[in-house]
Write a protein that binds this ligand. Structure first.
Ligand code: SAM
Length: 325
C-alpha cells in the first residue's frame, strides 16, 4: 500500500467534513487512517489517490466509509438525570400547556371528538434507538393522561445500519442493564437473553435516515428524510418540536458546523421547547438564544416562550422567525 501524504489526508478530511460535518481531532486521526486502509482493502486499491477519486464519485462507497467511521455508542438511560427531568418536570408541564391550549377535558370519555395535539420529540443522531426508546418511556411515565396525547418521536441518524437495528426493537441482554426493572416490565417483553420493545411504544417512534448537513429549516421549514425502505419524505421541522435530543453528535463536528447546528436546533423547537445535549456539549461556547435551566443536577436549554429584543443572539432568532412559512 502506498503511503498517505499529509496533503491527501487533508483532502479526505475536507471531503468528509463537507459532506457530513465530521471533523477529526489529532486523537481521532488514527481511527480515520485505519478505516481508510480497511475500505481500500475492500475495494482492492493500493493508492490513496485512487480511493479518494472513488470516494468522490461513488455515494455508496462514501456511505460505507461513514458507517465505519461514525461512533455509534449509546445505551438506555444514558445520562439518567435527563430522563428524570423529562418524567418529573417537563412532561407534566408540556401536557398542561397542550391541555390549556386545546381545551381538551381529559377526563371525558370520547377523546376522539377533540383534536389531539401531539407531543413531538426529535432524537437526532439516535444511533441504534436506545435514546428514543428511553425518551418514549420517560414521557409515558410523566404524562397524566396518556389516552389524550399522541407522542410522536422522530429518531434520525446518518447510519442506515444503526437505524435498521433500531427498527427491530430488539436488544441483547448486555444493552438492558441500566433499565429500571419497572420499565422493563411495562415497556419490554423478554425474549430469550434479550428483550423486545413493546409494540405500542415502538409505534410512537419513526426512524429516518437524515444527514445533519441537510438541516436547514429556514428556507421553507421542511427537510428531506429517507425512510428505511429508501423512499424520501418531506417533513416539517421548523418550530415543530417540544423537545430535541442532540447528544454526543456535534462533538464530532468542526466549530462552524456546531454553531450552525445550534442555530438550526433553536429554529426547530417550538417557543418554550427544550434541548438536551451531551455532557461534553455545553452551549456557552456558541452564540445562542437559549435560556439555561437546571433541574436537580441536569442542564437543560430552553427556547424562550416569547422572544424579546434584549440580548445579542436573540435578535437574530427574531429576524429568522419572521420567515416562518
Ligand atoms: C455517539 S452516537 C450518539 C447516540 C445517542 N445520541 C446518545 O447520546 O447515546 C453519535 C451518532 O451520531 C450520528 N451522526 C454522526 N454524524 C452525523 C450526521 N452528519 N448526521 C446525522 N447523524 C450523524 C452517528 O451515526 C451516531 O449514530
Amino acid at each position: 500500500m502506498h503511503s498517505l501524504s499529509a496533503q491527501m489526508l487533508d483532502s479526505f478530511q475536507r471531503l468528509i467534513c463537507e459532506r457530513c460535518l465530521m471533523s477529526f481531532t489529532q486523537s481521532r486521526l488514527g481511527k480515520l487512517k485505519t478505516h481508510l486502509r480497511h475500505r481500500m482493502g475492500v475495494n482492492e486499491l493500493s493508492s490513496y489517490e485512487d480511493y479518494y477519486r472513488l470516494l468522490k464519485k461513488d455515494e455508496n462507497e462514501f456511505n460505507a466509509l461513514i458507517e465505519d467511521i461514525a461512533t455509534k455508542e449509546t445505551y438506555f438511560f444514558r445520562i439518567p438525570g435527563q430522563f428524570h427531568a423529562i418524567r418529573e418536570y417537563l412532561s407534566p408541564m408540556i401536557e398542561k400547556r397542550l391541555l390549556d391550549n386545546s381545551k381538551i377535558p381529559p377526563l371525558q370519555g370520547d377523546t376522539n371528538k377533540f383534536k389531539k395535539t401531539p407531543i413531538r420529540i426529535w432524537s437526532i443522531g439516535c444511533s441504534t434507538g436506545e435514546e428514543a426508546c428511553t425518551i418514549a418511556m420517560a414521557i409515558m411515565e410523566g404524562i397524566k393522561y396518556p389516552h389524550v396525547h399522541d407522542v410522536e418521536i422522530l429518531a434520525s441518524d446518518i447510519s442506515r445500519q444503526a437505524l435498521n437495528k433500531a427498527s427491530t426493537g430488539f436488544y441483547e441482554a448486555s444493552s438492558l442493564k441500566k433499565i429500571p426493572a419497572c420499565y422493563k416490565t411495562r415497556y419490554m417483553k423478554m425474549i430469550g437473553d434479550g428483550a423486545v420493545i413493546a409494540d405500542d411504544l415502538l409505534r410512537k417512534i419513526s426512524f429516518r435516515i437524515f444527514n445533519l448537513r441537510n438541516l436547514d429549516p429556514i428556507r421553507d421549514g421542511t427537510c428531506l428524510f429517507t425512510r428505511l425502505d429508501g423512499t424520501v419524505e418531506k417533513l416539517a421541522v421548523f418550530e415543530r418540536f417540544d423537545i430535541i435530543f442532540c447528544r454526543n453528535v456535534m462533538i464530532y463536528f468542526d466549530f462552524p458546523s456546531q454553531q450552525r447546528l445550534v442555530d438550526s436546533l433553536y429554529e426547530c423547537l417550538k417557543p418554550g421547547g427544550y434541548l438536551f445535549t451531551g455532557d461534553a456539549e455545553i452551549l456557552h461556547i456558541y452564540k445562542h438564544g437559549f435560556e439555561n435551566i437546571r433541574y436537580k443536577e441536569t442542564n437543560i436549554y430552553k427556547k424562550p416562550e416569547t422572544i424579546n429584543f434584549s440580548g445579542k443572539g436573540k435578535e437574530i432568532w427574531t429576524i429568522k422567525s419572521c420567515l416562518k412559512p
